[in-house]
Design a protein around this ligand. Structure first.
Ligand code: HPA
Ligand code: ZN
Length: 343
């Protein structure tokens, strides 16, 4: 590694960061897929870990989702969910992530006959371990699969509400095109009535109109991805004025061909336009990098300054669901660190 790149990595690692767009099932590394397949006697269509990893060559969102759901099939018991979550938290901690807001997809598991309590207990136990062992805070966000019906989402919400103390928000993920936010207006209304916050994937592959729908109909606190807002300058101006956060995932966008090359990514432009953009890893086991890799990739491709990288870290706390005092604590740490660094 060049001195310049090592210096950049060390700087970004030292910045306290919140990760706000991470699918826990997307952190399941091929090595763990094989270990869990062996544990449960599941036959995989790949002979080796390398063969599985080599299959992670995607043409779009759907080609990724097909493998992502197949990989999740090895998750069977509470210890599996715990092991997957613990591995992610350890890895994120090593990157300087001090707070994580984590998505999970209960329908991917309940539709295979796994009890939702198994999923909650395994994940939650790992979150509590990380808080105790390395002081990492976290929140859990339950995502509905948008390729399934709203009725199925309502059943999932009802099954999850007995575990309400374990999650703070609901989200919307999976195949975006043809499944607009409006399809889920009623279940999001129910979630809000139960005291939950809301977020939604919008404007990854879907049009800017989906971003507006998520804000107007689902009353989201953040937009996940949202990069296609650039096609609608009025929307960009509104997002800047409202500081509506976008949880951007640069390596994901390149791997899923939202952009052909990182140098075409619009996150630097959106940052300059005053949007509350944040940097996240989405599905790090599938997209070739955790959160630090994402910061470094955009810093190099878009020639971002250290001050801009500190602003991205600041945005991650501004956009988080942490309480005001915790946000202030981390923002102050970032400012102190950034003040020591020449631009
Ligand atoms: N988009 C939609 N659904 C997903 C994603 C994503 O980036 N990752 C996991 N499920
Ligand atoms: Zn995502």
């Amino acid at each position: 590694m060049s001195d310049l790149r090592a210096d950049l990595r060390n700087y970004v690692r030292a910045l306290p960061k919140a990760e706000l767009h991470l699918h826990i099932e997307g952190s399941l590394e091929p090595e763990m897929v094989f270990a869990l397949a062996q544990k449960h006697g599941v036959k995989l269509p790949y002979a080796t870990v390398d063969a599985l990893r080599a299959a992670y060559d995607f043409s779009d969102l759907q080609s990724f989702l097909d493998l992502y759901y197949a990989g999740a099939n090895v998750l069977r018991d509470e210890d599996d969910f715990h092991a997957m979550t613990a591995a992610y938290l350890r890895r994120a901690h090593a990157d300087g992530v001090v707070h994580a807001e984590i998505f999970f997809d209960p329908q991917t598991h309940t539709d295979r006959g796994i009890d939702i309590g198994v999923v909650f207990r395994g994940i939650t136990r790992a979150l509590q371990d990380a808080e105790r062992e390395f002081g990492m805070s976290s929140r859990l966000i339950l995502c509905f699969l948008r390729h399934l019906s709203e009725e199925a989402a309502i059943k999932t919400l009802d099954a999850a509400l007995p575990y309400k103390e374990h999650f703070v928000a609901v989200g919307l993920d999976s195949s975006e095109k043809g499944h607009p936010p409006s399809k889920f207006a009623r279940v999001f209304e129910r979630a809000r009535a139960a005291g939950l916050l809301t977020v939604a994937h919008a404007g990854e592959e879907g049009p800017p109109a989906y971003i507006r729908e998520a804000i107007d109909l689902l009353k989201v606190s953040r937009i996940d991805h949202g990069v296609r807002c650039s096609e609608d300058p009025t929307l960009v101006a509104e997002l800047a004025a409202s500081r509506m956060p976008l949880t951007v995932c640069p390596l994901s966008n390149v791997r899923l061909k939202v952009y052909n090359d990182m140098r075409q990514h619009n996150i630097g432009q959106l940052l300059k336009q005053g949007l509350c953009v944040t940097v996240n890893s989405d599905d790090p086991a599938y997209f070739g990098g955790y959160v630090l890799d994402n910061y470094v990739a955009i810093a190099e491709a878009l020639d971002l300054s250290k001050a801009q990288l500190a602003q991205l870290a600041r945005n991650s706390f501004e956009a988080s669901f942490l309480d005001a005092a915790s946000k202030q604590k981390w923002l102050l740490r970032i400012d102190t660190l950034a003040a020591l660094i020449p631009r």
